[in-house]
Ligand binder design. Structure first.
Ligand SMILES: NC(=O)c1ccc[n+]([C@@H]2O[C@H](COP(=O)([O-])OP(=O)(O)OC[C@H]3O[C@@H](n4cnc5c(N)ncnc54)[C@H](OP(=O)(O)O)[C@@H]3O)[C@@H](O)[C@H]2O)c1
Length: 208
């Protein structure tokens, strides 16, 4: 599958692109196509392009830009029309050393769905620190995917689950995205307050 990673030059976008490129054709999207090509050269199976070209040529996209830049992606609405868009975006802020969810209501993923009204938006990779994706073998983890329909979840799960050791789990409709994004703050605080190093989510059960 041809997947654009919008913000693929960044920390989480680059790490996700690296793993997705093993079984997909990845287009690293950047505001600067030269920067995109530089990042793509480091990943077998990836090419670089500006955001518009990446969005137009891909069959699906991962959005990995800072929350502050989210609104700028509205220009991609036509190019991403009819396509799956996975949002990694967490609106977070730091106050007195604690990481906090920055929105009073809603979520970045729901805002993205409003900006891209003809796309199918799902969450993905929100709680995954790039450090845990750096190695070729990923530590076993669960990635929570909120999406308005089971079909959209299935599409996102196919992409996310193409990375060995990552288990996508359906988290319900996009209205749940704020909880997933806010949980990133909890995970970051757990790691820093307990000096554990990077943490991510994995749910225990008797049926492994
Ligand atoms: N880092 C993490 O631990 C982590 C984990 C999970 C999810 N997330 C979420 O993923 C998103 C990206 O995080 P990140 O840590 O990977 O960020 P980052 O390293 O700062 O990269 C973000 C990329 O977004 C692009 N960008 C587009 N518009 C921008 C703007 N106005 N200002 C700055 N950069 C802009 C930049 O690419 P170009 O300059 O090439 O255009 C940049 O390489 C965030 O929403 C974050 O909440 C982060």
């Amino acid at each position: 599958m041809k997947i654009a990673v919008i913000g693929g030059t960044g920390k989480i976008g680059g790490a996700v692109a690296k793993h997705l490129a093993k079984s997909n054709s990845v287009i690293i999207g950047s505001r600067d196509p030269v920067k995109a090509e530089g990042a793509a050269k480091k990943i077998d199976g990836a090419v670089g392009a500006d955001y518009a070209t990446a969005a137009r040529e891909a069959e699906a996209a991962v959005v990995a830009v800072p929350y502050s830049a989210l609104a700028t992606l509205s220009v991609l609405a036509d190019k991403l029309s009819g396509k799956l868009v996975i949002s990694t975006v967490n609106p977070l802020k730091v106050e007195n050393g604690l990481t906090l969810f920055a929105l009073e209501r809603g979520s970045a993923a729901e805002e993205l769905a409003e900006l891209l009204p003809k796309s199918r938006v799902a969450t993905g990779f929100n709680n995954v620190p790039p450090l845990l994706l750096q190695r070729d073998e990923v530590v076993p983890m669960d990635v929570m995917v909120a999406a308005d329909t089971r079909e959209t979840y299935d599409e996102a799960a196919k992409i996310i689950g193409s990375i060995p050791n990552i288990r996508p789990l359906y988290a319900g409709p996009l209205s749940q995205a704020g909880l997933i994004e806010a949980l990133t703050a909890v995970v970051l605080n757990l790691a820093s307050l307990n000096k554990t190093g990077s943490l991510t989510t994995r749910f225990a059960s008797r049926r492994e």
